[in-house]
Write a protein that binds this ligand. Structure first.
Ligand SMILES: [Zn+2]
Length: 341
């Protein structure tokens, strides 16, 4: 373990010379941020604004160029050259802290950020189903119970055997496989009562969205704001008419509120199994130029990159892991892995 840490330190030290960039000049890391608070101590599952400052300070002092969405579009769609130390950032869903905390930190450095917002969430009609599940499971009082999923399959919860964190992860994974047409109704009418948790009358404070006027302000400050469906339901497990609606209506809402034509999209939950060619077809017909998933990996400038399946790295919690992605050491590891298989 100590050797591994030392080796990573050395690899990152070497990375500062730009040697890995020279080996992989067409690799661009795009990060996906999650929730942030000014102090992460009191809010589990969030990272602190200071950690983000540390990451951005590193980029600023090492000559990195943070790309706008248009920069990336020009590289991928027009063949513009890749700046030697290019990196890009995105953040999904549209929570209040994305505006109040994350954008503020990016503004301190003058770096652009790209937001994918759930339009029904900013409209105040709902809060994301996957967060409702976390909220509910965090409040269960029984250690052992059995939940009947929308498909009728049974999901056993056993907090004596597993940690709550593991249970939440597995439960969300199972729910992603189910038909999601009525997921919001099921959560409210079946899941909350089964867990003996009261369904909140409004959106609980930690889960509140940013407003459309926040989103407009972000655009005026040079950030990108793009649609991320109306309800965050997984496209591949919805009937075709609802998939179309999620894409087209969220584009329409963003267009109306932000007064421009949004042509970039991010798939809810974003695994390869969460969308398919039908969704890509709808995106193309609606004039979308690019779409992002959540598969970890570098964007590869050039003909090989599918612009409707652009990968993203989750922002690491450890500084050393962040460094090795931005300095392209991770690309060295990727290529070694490919050679071994
Ligand atoms: Zn999302």
């Amino acid at each position: 373990m100590a050797f591994k840490t030392l080796a990573l330190k050395f690899a990152n030290f070497l990375g500062e010379t730009g040697v890995y960039h020279a080996l992989f000049p067409r690799c661009i890391p795009v990060f996906m941020l999650h929730r942030f608070t000014e102090s992460a101590k009191d809010a589990p599952g969030t990272l602190s604004a200071d950690l983000l400052r540390r990451y951005l300070q590193y980029l600023a002092s090492h000559g990195y160029q943070v790309l706008t969405m248009d920069d990336l579009g020009n590289i991928l769609l027009r063949g513009d050259p890749v700046p030697p130390r290019a990196v890009m950032f995105t953040v999904d869903d549209g929570f209040y802290d994305h505006h109040d905390v994350v954008a503020k930190v990016f503004d301190e450095f003058g770096f652009p950020l790209n937001f994918f917002v759930i339009t029904g969430f900013l409209d105040g009609k709902l809060w994301p189903w996957d967060d409702q599940v976390v909220y509910a499971l965090n409040q269960i009082t029984k250690a052992k119970l059995e939940i009947s999923l929308p498909s009728g399959r049974s999901f056993p919860i056993d907090l004596k055997e597993f940690t709550l964190r593991d249970v939440i992860r597995e439960f969300r994974k199972e729910l992603k496989r189910d038909d999601q047409a009525l997921i919001y109704e099921w959560i409210k009418n079946e899941l909350f009562p089964a867990l003996d948790v009261e369904f909140p009358p409004g959106i609980p404070d930690p889960y509140r969205p940013m407003t459309w006027s926040d989103a407009q302000s972000l655009r005026h400050r040079g950030h990108g704001v793009y649609p991320h469906t109306c309800t965050h339901r997984i496209l591949s497990v919805l009937p075709e008419s609802e998939r179309r609606f999620e894409i087209l209506e969220s584009q329409k809402r963003a267009k109306t509120e932000l007064d421009y034509f949004p042509d970039v999209f991010a798939y809810p939950t974003g695994r390869l199994s969460d969308y398919d060619v039908c969704d890509v077809m709808v995106l193309k017909q609606a004039g979308f130029r690019m779409a992002f998933n959540t598969v970890a990996g570098y964007v590869k400038a050039g003909a090989m990159q599918d612009v409707y399946s652009i990968p993203r790295f989750s922002l690491p919690e450890k500084f050393g892991d962040f460094q090795q992605i931005v300095n392209r050491f991770e690309a060295v590891k990727e290529s070694l892995k490919r050679e071994q298989t």
